[in-house]
Design a protein around this ligand. Structure first.
Ligand code: MF3
Ligand code: CO
Length: 248
C-alpha cells in the first residue's frame, strides 16, 4: 500500500466523518417492518447529498448492486438489501462505503432490534469491544498479526467464533488495498505498520464457529452453522504518535 499524504489524510478525515454521520442516520432507520431496500435507498441518497459517490455500487464480480450491505442474523457481511422486513430479535449489520474527492472510505455497524437474548447482546458488544481494543493498539511498529492476535484472543475468551475468510484491509486510494488485516493470528506476524497507512479494521464474529460460505447470490457471506454474527468496522490512520480513528 502507498502511504497517504497529509492532504489525503485530511480529505479522508473529512469524508470519514461524513460517512459516520450518514451511517448513524442509516442505523436509526432500522426498525421492525422496515426493509433493507428502504435503508439502502436512504444510504444512497445521503451519500449523494454529501457530494460523494457510493464505493460499493458496481464493485467486484458480479458487480455489487447496492450502496449498502445489509447482513441479517446468520449473514456475516456483504448481504444484498432485500424486501425482507426486519423484526424484533434481528441482528443487522450495515456496511457503507463512499468515494469523496477521489478517496475511499468504508465502515460498518451492527444494530440489534430488541428484544434480543443476553448472549446475543454480548455477541454484539464483544464485536465492538474487539474493534476498540484493536484500534487502541495501532502504532508504528505494530504488526497486522499483533492486531489479529488481540482480536482473536479476546473474542475466543468470550466463547465466540472469529471469521477467518475475510479480513480488514488498507483503504483510501481504492476500497481494498494491502495490507490484509486478519482478525486472527500470531504476535509479530504479518506487515509492520508505518505512519501514513490508513486501515479499515473489521472484526466479524459469530455465536458459533468461524466457518462461512457464500450464498447462491454470490455475495452474502453466511455462517455455515447458521449462528448469528456481528461486525463493526472503523478506519484508522497510523501516525508518528500512534493513531487517529477517522470514522468516530
Ligand atoms: N467493508 C466491506 C469489505 O471490506 C465492504 C464490502 S463492499 C462490497 O469487505 F461492495 F463488496 F459489498
Ligand atoms: Co472493509
Amino acid at each position: 500500500m502507498k502511504t497517504k499524504t497529509a492532504a489525503e489524510i485530511a480529505s479522508l478525515a473529512k469524508s470519514a466523518r461524513m460517512l459516520r454521520d450518514i451511517l448513524t442516520q442509516v442505523c436509526a432507520a432500522v426498525k421492525p417492518g422496515v426493509t433493507g431496500i428502504e435503508v439502502a435507498k436512504l444510504a444512497e441518497e445521503l451519500i449523494k447529498k454529501a457530494g460523494g459517490v457510493s464505493a460499493f455500487i458496481g464493485y467486484g464480480k458480479p458487480p455489487y448492486p447496492s450502496a449498502l450491505c445489509v447482513s441479517v442474523n446468520s449473514c456475516v457481511v456483504h448481504g444484498i438489501p432485500s424486501a425482507y422486513r426486519f423484526r424484533s430479535g434481528d441482528i443487522v449489520g450495515l456496511d457503507i462505503g463512499m468515494i469523496y474527492e477521489g478517496l475511499y472510505t468504508d465502515m460498518a455497524r451492527t444494530v440489534a432490534i430488541e428484544p434480543i437474548s443476553e448472549k446475543e447482546r454480548l455477541l454484539v458488544a464483544t464485536a465492538k469491544e474487539a474493534l476498540d481494543k484493536a484500534l487502541q493498539t495501532i502504532a508504528p511498529g505494530v504488526t497486522t498479526g499483533d492486531i489479529g492476535f488481540i482480536v482473536q484472543s479476546f473474542v475466543e475468551s468470550r466463547g465466540f467464533g472469529v471469521v477467518r475468510d475475510l479480513a480488514g484491509h488498507g483503504v483510501g486510494h481504492r476500497l481494498h488495498e494491502p495490507p490484509e488485516v486478519p482478525n486472527f493470528g500470531g504476535r509479530g506476524d504479518g506487515t509492520e505498520l508505518v505512519p501514513g497507512m490508513v486501515l479499515a479494521l473489521e472484526p466479524m464474529i459469530t455465536l458459533g464457529g468461524w466457518e462461512v460460505e457464500t450464498a447462491p447470490d454470490r455475495w452474502s457471506v453466511m455462517t455455515v452453522d447458521g449462528s448469528k454474527a456481528a461486525h463493526f468496522e472503523d478506519m484508522v490512520v497510523v501516525t508518528d504518535a500512534g493513531h487517529t480513528i477517522l470514522t468516530r
